[in-house]
Design a protein around this ligand. Structure first.
Ligand code: SAH
Ligand code: SF4
Ligand code: F3S
Length: 577
């Protein structure tokens, strides 16, 4: 395919524009040409990067499923493949070239194969176009602002038989009513805002995801309520900077208020990513302390412990201000588990500035940390600053890593001997008898247990610390944990709830009660009429009554649900084998 149609191409300079934002609804109509193409065909998605990209994957999977495609996890079987890219650190572009190469076989085997490149790298000037120039078999290059148009764009590609580029650098829309196929049925991510307004000088994200746009609070709460009703046990609210949520709505909405409203819905575990230290105010600390279901784990990226370095990064706080926030948090939430992101080798970083980072990490006592070597990102201000030689960055990185390992070991070591509630993710890849899951403080715990506990909360005593994971043992009967889980689902499952409430309604309905009594009477009269000339009449009366009962709308509704309830209960029973 040699023809290319460009609908929009990125212009990183435009990413700083702030258009008026409009709330719109996704177009869920599937074009006919796509419907017939999708029949019997499979889609495959590979995602890199952060939760924002994972959420985009779920939405794209939602659209493709609505078109009629089925999902496959086998690359060789893919008729439509999406590479969902991340641009945050080095070599993103080179990696994609290799990735695309691995799909050549699909293209050779299948002349209708559709390859889509999506995600944050596409927001960089010129990358999408040069990818198509190298690999003309790419069908579609799509930006992060355009995932809701995926079905229309594939249809356009099918119709026009051209490669299509549609990447905007800013968006004036918040799209609601998005379809989605979530990757997990226990824990879910919910976007609360898109984009970022901070423009830290090292960071590409504001260029790839545009200016900050908050979703309306009612839309976020409704999505969370649906998840709670569906029995989800963990919700993570997502935004590049959750603490500035609502500011652009200009109606007084704050993140603290949103967090409280979601906490009140009663989801067992609630968390959020990512916090911006100077905007993490006292009200936020109070809400976190007040609700037991908000995890006492806070990801609190510092980036550097040096005020001068932070200034060059355009982070809007000093070392002292950061430490003041940490002290305020620890005072009200003494058992808080704090994690962070740190960049080493930021342009101009001196040994003294690096020492400030080491001493800050020690002072805070992080329970764990992500550490990154600074990587120049195209079009960002720091890329033009004076760079630190790679060998200096690497040497500092190793020193920082050793410290982070120590801090992590200290935090994990202090967990030994104590009991934690673990939300089980699944069985370990190495040993199917071992289950893995996370404690509320964000630590990974492994323990021996039956696979049917996947998705359940289990009480686990920690026996050993392996620094980045912990080994424990169950301190309760697995059946007890499972029974608690089934009770939780009974309470939250919309089908079982509807069934139970329908039964309550039926048993207290005066008309049904009267019909029941009439039926008993009619049955008795039918028996007494045996052998008399009244028998035929009594039989007809009895059968008419039976029919009337059968046709009662409430009872009809219950009959319609019975089979589904039965199969759901059988599935629960079978899951314990
Ligand atoms: N909005 C979040 C996450 C941004 S990306 C936040 O502000 O924390 C996740 C992490 O990647 C950042 O916290 C930062 O530590 C790291 N990062 C971002 N750009 C980088 C770059 N150019 N080089 C190295 N690390 C980077
Ligand atoms: Fe990037 Fe800074 Fe925004 Fe985080 S807050 S996404 S690091 S610009
Ligand atoms: Fe990467 Fe984009 Fe997330 S650059 S970290 S996927 S916002």
């Amino acid at each position: 395919m040699s023809k290319v149609k460009i609908i929009n191409k990125p212009c990183q300079k435009d990413a700083a524009k702030r258009p008026e934002v409009e709330r719109v609804f996704a177009n869920r109509n599937v074009p006919e040409i796509l419907k017939s193409f999708a029949k019997g065909r499979y889609f495959y998605i590979r995602t890199y990067g952060c939760q924002a990209n994972i959420r985009d994957e779920e939405v794209m999977a939602g659209f493709l499923s609505e078109a009629g495609f089925e999902r496959t996890y086998d690359q060789a079987k893919a008729d439509v493949a999406i590479i969902n890219t991340c641009a945050v650190r080095e070599n993103a572009e080179e990696k994609i070239y290799g990735e695309i190469g691995s799909f050549k076989a699909n293209h050779t085997k299948n002349k209708d194969f559709i390859l889509i490149i999506a995600g944050c790298v596409m927001g960089e000037d010129g990358v999408g176009e040069s990818l198509i120039a190298t690999y003309p078999f790419i069908s579609l290059v799509i930006g992060t602002h355009d995932v809701a148009k995926i079905n229309d764009l594939i249809a356009e590609h099918l119709k026009e038989k051209k490669s299509i580029v549609d990447i905007r650098s800013f968006s004036s829309e918040i799209v609601e009513n998005l379809p989605s196929i979530r990757l997990d049925d226990t824990q879910a991510f919910v976007n609360i805002a898109y984009g970022c307004d901070k423009f830290c000088t090292y960071c590409i994200v504001p260029f790839t995801r545009g200016r900050e746009r908050s979703r309306h609070i009612e839309d976020v709460v409704a999505e969370c309520k649906k998840l709670v009703d569906d029995g989800y046990k963990q919700i993570t609210l997502l935004g590049q900077n959750v603490n500035s949520y609502g500011l652009d709505l200009k109606d007084g909405t704050t993140f603290a208020r949103l967090l409280e409203e979601v906490a009140k819905l009663g989801v067992p575990r609630l968390r959020f990513l990512t916090s911006y230290p100077s905007q993490f105010d006292d009200e936020m600390i109070d809400i976190m302390a007040k609700y037991d279901n908000i995890d006492k784990w806070l990801h609190f990226p510092v980036q550097s412990g040096s005020s001068s370095c932070l200034r060059r990064m355009a982070r809007r706080y000093t070392r002292e201000e950061y430490l003041e926030r940490v002290a305020a948090i620890k005072k009200k939430i003494p058992d808080i588990s704090l994690t962070t992101d740190i960049i080493v080798g930021f342009p101009g970083e001196t040994e003294e500035e690096f020492q400030d980072t080491l001493s800050l990490a020690k002072e805070v006592g992080y329970s764990s940390a992500f550490t990154f070597i600074y990587s120049p990102r195209p079009g960002t201000p720091a890329a033009k600053m004076e760079q630190v030689p790679p060998e200096v960055s690497h040497e500092r990185f190793n020193r920082l890593k050793a410290l982070v390992d120590d801090l992590t070991a200290t935090h994990s070591g202090a967990m030994v001997g104590k009991t934690y509630e673990v939300l089980v993710d699944g069985t370990s890849k190495r040993d199917s008898n071992v289950l893995s899951g996370y404690a509320r403080n964000g630590k990974l715990v492994n323990f021996v247990g039956p696979a049917y506990l996947t998705g359940c909360f289990v009480k686990v005593k920690i026996l050993e610390s392996h620094v980045y994971s912990l080994k424990g043992e169950m301190v309760e009967d697995p059946l007890v944990a499972k029974a608690r889980d089934v009770a939780f689902h009974m309470e939250h499952d919309p089908l079982l709830r509807e069934y139970a409430s329908l039964n309550n309604e039926i048993s207290s309905d005066p008309e049904i009660k009267a019909m029941g009594e009439d039926l008993v009477k009619a049955k008795k009269e039918l028996a007494l009429s045996m052998g008399t000339d009244k028998h035929k009449e009594k039989k007809e009366e009895y059968e008419a009554l039976l029919m009337k009962i059968h046709n009662h709308p409430l009872l009809q509704n219950r009959d319609a649900l019975t089979e589904r309830v039965e199969s759901e209960l059988i599935a629960i029973r079978d899951s314990i084998k």
